[in-house]
Design a protein around this ligand. Structure first.
Ligand code: TRP
Length: 450
């Protein structure tokens, strides 16, 4: 992106919020949030998600942005500058970006397939299961998604993306509201609303809590230095506190609406809420089918999904690229190519694990820790969302709370005492004690220790 190439500053405050929101809002909201909720008890999951969003998500968001603005460096550089011993946490973030991209680009490819099909009014006819289990076709679409991501990062057309975001993001919002209204007014939608909004608290167990925590980190792009990097392009005139609730607020609104668009339809059409990663792709075409001009609507919607996925993917490829440029002295062009080639190579087994490699498990079943056997796609998702991102967040809280120190952090947040931060005391307690202890406890309960 332009801003990132020259280590510039965000031109406007809105530009930063848009870019950071662009990173946060993506497949995590539209595709992952609904299917995770569906697999984890519906409203019970939503309830835990909202709780952890406030307790951990917003706390870590402010901490990451603050470290970024203070050091004006990328994730690894930021840790190195403040304390060399902590550089590995930044390094873990780079690895994380790689692993996330490996399955993210596969799902981005699925969205492109649906967009292409909708252009010829063929979206309702796609057999999702047959499509993703085929060896070649999904890989071709994954490659297309990779190339699109790479073009944006390589040609530094972030400025154009920023301008396009100003139209696409509000449009995405309006579209989801319209789809949600159609979905909620389908005959039989009530059962879906009940499933999605009326929590059965007895369904909450360690697995649900760990899934919700992982989803908070994934959806907000936290725990691997993405927001440190974005924060590093912020100038002194920006409000860190405002960003740290506006970005999560926007992100959560879109995820919530995606659930409102999907669950009523799931129940209205007699589908299974826990059917996994195919949920959005199987449900929404049926909703479009019941709308006037549904095919045109589908085309624009899947275009918006691709756009949202791309603005997230560029933030992930950027982490890998910045690392190769800053730490390995690779030129920017070569770095972005190396990064995307490595990502595509890892994406191949991810895509194949839907079909021909379905029986290859890279993580074995560990029943005593609630860990099922997993193939490439599921394993990369599991390792990043449920392990590395929360661990990165835990380390960041300890780092800001105890190593760098909340006094210095608050000094940065308030521009040296010039602006007010009424919640400084509460945030200090959250960063030093509550968030790290909560993350640790969620790990323990998620893996069956307590
Ligand atoms: N948050 C994005 C989404 O919801 C994905 C993403 C972008 C991400 N950057 C990240 C996830 C960094 C974790 C860490 O689609």
């Amino acid at each position: 992106m332009n801003e990132i190439v020259g280590r510039g500053k965000w031109a406007t405050k809105a530009g930063f919020v848009l870019a950071a929101a662009g990173s946060a809002v993506g497949l995590g909201n539209l595709w992952k949030f609904p299917y995770m909720a569906g697999e984890n008890g519906g409203a019970a999951f939503v309830f835990v998600y909202l709780l952890l969003l406030v307790l951990i998500g917003m706390t870590v968001m402010l901490a990451e942005l603050t470290v970024g603005r203070h050091t004006q460096l990328d994730a690894l550089g930021a840790y190195k500058k403040l304390s060399a011993k902590w550089a590995w946490v930044g390094g873990m973030g780079v690895l994380c970006a790689f692993l996330i991209m490996a399955f993210y680009t596969v799902v981005g490819g699925w969205a492109i397939k649906y967009f292409v099909a909708s252009c010829t009014n063929a979206v309702a006819g796609i057999d999702f299961g047959a499509f993703i289990t085929a060896p070649m076709e999904p890989l071709v679409y994954t490659l297309v998604f990779c190339v699109l991501t790479w073009i944006i990062v390589y040609y530094g057309i972030g400025g154009g993306i920023e301008k396009a975001s100003k139209i696409m993001m509000p449009l995405l919002f309006i579209f989801i509201v319209i789809i949600a209204i159609r979905s909620c007014t389908l005959p039989g939608a009530g059962a879906g609303l009940n499933y999605y909004l009326n929590p059965d608290l007895s369904k909450i167990d360690g697995g649900v809590i760990l899934a919700a925590m992982g989803q908070v980190f994934f959806s907000l792009s936290l725990g691997m230095g993405c927001m440190i990097t974005y924060g590093s392009y912020l100038g002194e005139d920006s409000s860190l506190t405002q960003s740290s609730w506006m970005i999560p607020g926007l992100d959560t609104a879109i995820a919530f609406l995606a659930g409102l668009a999907i669950f009523p339809a799931v129940f209205a059409f007699g589908m299974e809420p826990g059917s996994g990663p195919g949920l959005m792709f199987a449900t929404l075409p049926q909703v479009f089918d019941k709308m006037p001009a549904g095919e045109i609507f589908a085309t624009i919607f899947f275009l918006l999904v691709i756009f949202a996925a791309l603005t997230s993917a560029i933030s992930l490829l950027e982490v890998v690229t910045a690392y190769l440029v800053d730490e390995k002295s690779v030129k920017r062009g070569g770095a972005s190519i190396l990064g995307i080639i490595g990502i595509f190579i890892l994406a191949i087994p991810c895509s194949l694990s839907m079909g021909s490699l379905a029986n290859v498990h890279i993580i074995p079943e560990i029943a005593s820790m609630n860990i099922p056997a997993m193939g490439f796609f599921d394993a990369f998702d599991f390792i990043t969302s449920k392990l590395m991102l929360p661990l990165g967040g835990l380390m960041l809280c300890i780092f800001v709370g105890w190593v760098w120190g909340t006094d210095k952090a608050i000094n940065e947040i308030t521009d040296g005492g010039l602006t007010s931060f009424p919640l400084a005391g509460i945030w200090s307690i959250l960063v030093k004690y509550i968030a790290p202890v909560a993350i640790f406890l969620v790990f323990l309960s998620g893996f069956g220790v307590i």
